[in-house]
Design a protein around this ligand. Structure first.
Ligand code: SF4
Length: 747
């Protein structure tokens, strides 16, 4: 039953097409305000030739302008000059975002499953019917199990409104896979060290740096827009780039030093760099003395970790380790050991990122020009709402006392809590999945499918028929970011800034924005008091008025940079109180010690590939973020499938040639559903292979993405849990090559 459910949507019977969206949304605000006897104090999209937005093609959220032609059709997107995330320039995939609007594979109308669970049959439904179905099921779950037995998985701006709905209903089980599957370990590590996390965009002062160290971070392939621009400028200004990567990435090609490290040994290198910097007295003595806690313990701890020790582990020459450590120290404090973003690799990731934080600290880069600046976020005032009910159970209880330092809900934890066990008196029974394809974002998809089998309700909100959509009981089609208002973007940066996203045009098909869906559901669930404004325009205008601006002004500006009230850098000799137990930068973490974890990072070896297998590494390409972009007609033209990087020596041993199609089998005997073309290249170590993430999608409703290349996620079945915060380490998976799908498994 489970496997048949993975196939995709068949519309068995056509139901009512439901409400025709037409110009409802765009008129709603004026109707609502007109009903109150006032003139609409903001503009209609039809009044504007260019409309402000912020990009949703990746998480960087660059602000830009949507241009329309003379007929009012969406034509192109350009960057907003005032926006610090993009400095007026969109990256190629952001420019291709208009393809999302034109993609004819989009979800077009609400869908309800028509047959027993486990079957793949849907029918079209009206919005009223689909929302009533959800409201009734949610009421049943509340009555039978309690409201806490529901969870929201979310990625994207609409999450704010579904979060509000879920809290009003009585659950705080809200998780974004971007935490435990991506950047959570670095947030916990930097918080424990400096008393503040990094968030997005990171506060790295690349613009003024003299030395940038990238450890498995692919700036340039991962389009962190302003970071890419700043890195390019810093190279022009002769900054030293040091790239640590088993692959000769684009960043490596721009680097003075490429350190092709043996995978899974990065922590040994970091400890060894500290050894050199401390033993040669290259650290920032006044800064360390004034601002840090635990230096003597750190010094004693790293004393044995010489470059010769690290050589045996990392395969990097001792002289190269020494030379690069000295380069960093020579540039300090204008040096950045970059924290990376997707850091869930080997299960000891929080400790690896602690080592990154400590290395920055002893070089004095935190709070210094060319290191890490001190950002400030704008304060978007909350609207007044009735108090939320206090749940009797929450996501932390579902962790059964593990992962004590997780500060946000774990998507994998909520997934696990959905599978009934004797020690949990209430397994989760209902999921709302907003804008995240859990089949690709959560590792171990067998586990995800097992959890789904135990649900009473699975609602998927998305713009596209992703693989997760095929598992839903109800599918709610969201309009694209080019057709809707969303919550204000409130990013911190060198200056705090807000940005507006508004519709450039009416939504296509029978699709709607998240705010509308959440509010209509709230009405049906008796919770509309948590959505006091009938339209998002009214709510946004209220928020903006309290910030001294208005929706009308933001429609014309797009971005408003606010005044910074704190200094960007620490002043010389300034007494800083850090938000840590000691009030200092904690080289020795008392938080970790109190929680029973190593207060200073300790290197532990990780499993090696079995004979005949190679470590599976994955990353991004500049034109794609995930499956949604793979199906985007504009971006698909730029890269239509991924390929597998294989070193010539490995290719020779395995008899592979350039362009040959292979299937991959992992250490647990899982064989890829589709094949992938081999790319023989010296740009990868012989013991590893590499592919771009987001391909190999199984949804047959995605006419361009379906079956193109291989999904890395499908082969990630060994998940190494981070004991500190529950991150899912995903780089301990190994593959071998099969030249035909029927080739006998070695396992
Ligand atoms: S980096 Fe590119 S894709 Fe990402 S938000 Fe910015 S323009 Fe869009």
């Amino acid at each position: 039953m489970a496997t048949s459910r993975r196939e995709f949507i068949r519309i068995s019977a056509l139901g009512s097409a439901g409400l025709i969206w037409g110009s409802y949304l765009l008129k709603a605000a004026s109707d609502s305000v007109a009903a109150a006897g006032k003139a609409m104090p903001w503009l209609n999209p039809s009044d504007l030739k260019i409309t402000p937005t912020y990009c949703e093609v990746c998480f960087w959220k660059c602000a830009g302008w949507v241009h329309k032609d003379d007929k009012g059709e969406i034509w192109k997107i350009t960057g907003n000059e005032k926006d610090l995330n993009c400095n007026g320039r969109f990256c190629p995939r952001g420019t291709g975002g208009v393809g999302q609007y034109h993609d004819t594979d989009r979800l077009k109308t609400p869908l309800i499953r028509t047959e027993a669970r486990g079957k793949q049959t849907f029918r079209e439904a009206s919005w009223d019917e689909a929302l009533q179905y959800i409201a009734d099921k949610m009421a049943k779950i509340k009555a039978e199990h309690g409201p806490e037995c529901t969870a929201l998985f979310t990625h994207g701006s609409g999450g704010k409104y579904f979060t509000r709905l879920l809290k009003a209903y009585g659950s705080v089980n809200v998780a974004a896979p971007s935490y435990a599957q991506c950047r959570g370990p670095r947030e916990v590590a930097f918080y424990a060290t400096f008393g503040r996390g990094l968030d997005s965009p990171e506060n790295t002062d690349i613009r003024d740096t003299r030395c940038l160290v990238l450890i498995g971070s692919h700036i340039g392939e991962n389009m962190h827009n302003n970071q890419v621009q700043e890195m390019s400028d810093s190279i022009d200004k002769k900054a030293t780039i040091i790239t640590v990567d088993p692959r000769f990435s684009t960043a490596a090609s721009k680097s003075k030093y490429w350190l092709p490290i043996k995978p899974a040994t990065d922590l040994a290198l970091l400890l060894s760099w500290m050894n050199v910097i401390i033993s040669e007295e290259l650290y920032d003595k006044p800064y360390v003395e004034k601002n840090t806690f635990g230096f003597e313990q750190l010094k004693a701890h790293v004393a044995p970790f010489t470059p010769e020790w690290a050589y045996g582990i990392t395969t990097l020459e001792p002289e190269l380790i020494r030379k690069t450590a000295r380069e960093m120290a020579a540039a300090a404090p204008a040096v950045i050991i970059h924290p990376g973003r997707h850091v869930t690799w080997y299960g000891d990731d929080t400790q690896r990122l602690r080592a990154v934080a400590i290395l920055n600290a002893i070089l004095g880069s935190w709070g210094r020009r060319g290191g890490y600046y001190m950002p400030e976020a704008p304060v978007v005032p909350d609207i007044e709402l009735p108090p939320f009910p206090v749940p009797t159970k929450n996501w932390r209880m579902a962790l059964r006392g593990k992962y004590a330092l997780a500060d946000l809900a774990l998507a994998n934890g909520l997934c696990d809590a959905t599978i009934p066990t004797p020690d949990l008196d209430c397994s989760i029974k209902g999921w709302i999945v907003n804008g995240t394809n859990l089949m690709e974002t959560l590792p171990d998809r067998k586990n995800t499918m097992k959890a789904i089998e135990n649900l009473d309700l699975l609602v998927v909100v998305d713009t596209m028929p992703m693989e997760i959509t095929g598992w839903a009981d109800v599918v709610l089609p969201e309009c694209t970011y080019l057709e809707r208002y969303d919550s204000l973007r409130d990013t911190h940066h060198r200056e705090p800034a807000i940005a507006l996203r508004m519709p450039a045009t009416n939504p296509k098909y029978d699709t709607k924005p998240a705010f509308w869906m959440a509010r209509e559901l709230a009405k049906k669930m008796g919770l509309v008091q948590y959505f006091p404004y009938e339209t998002l325009e009214e709510e946004l205008d209220h928020e903006l008025q309290q910030m001294g601006t208005s929706l009308k002004e933001m429609q014309q500006l797009g971005v408003k940079n606010l005044e910074k009230t704190e200094n960007l850098y620490f002043a010389e000799g300034e007494d800083i109180v850090f938000d840590t137990p000691s009030g200092k930068i904690e080289l020795y973490s008392s938080t970790f010690a109190d929680a029973g974890f190593d207060p200073i990072p300790v290197y532990t070896p990780h499993p090696e590939p079995p004979e005949g297998f190679y470590r599976l590494n994955y990353g991004r390409a500049p034109m794609h973020t995930f499956t949604r972009t793979v199906n985007n007609p504009n971006l698909h033209d730029l890269m239509e499938e991924n390929n597998l990087w294989v070193h010539p020596k490995t290719a020779k041993i395995n008899g592979l040639t350039n362009g040959q199609e292979v299937w991959l089998e992992n250490q647990d005997g899982i064989v890829s559903s589709s094949s992938i073309k081999v790319r023989v290249t010296e740009r990868i170590r012989w013991d590893s292979v590499y592919m771009v993430h987001g391909f190999g999608n199984k949804s047959s409703k995605l006419s361009r993405a379906h079956g193109r290349g291989v999904s890395d996620n499908e082969l990630i079945t060994n998940v190494m849990m981070d004991p500190i915060m529950g991150g899912t380490g995903m780089r301990g998976n190994f593959v071998r090559f099969l030249t035909s799908k029927s080739e006998e498994s070695a396992l």
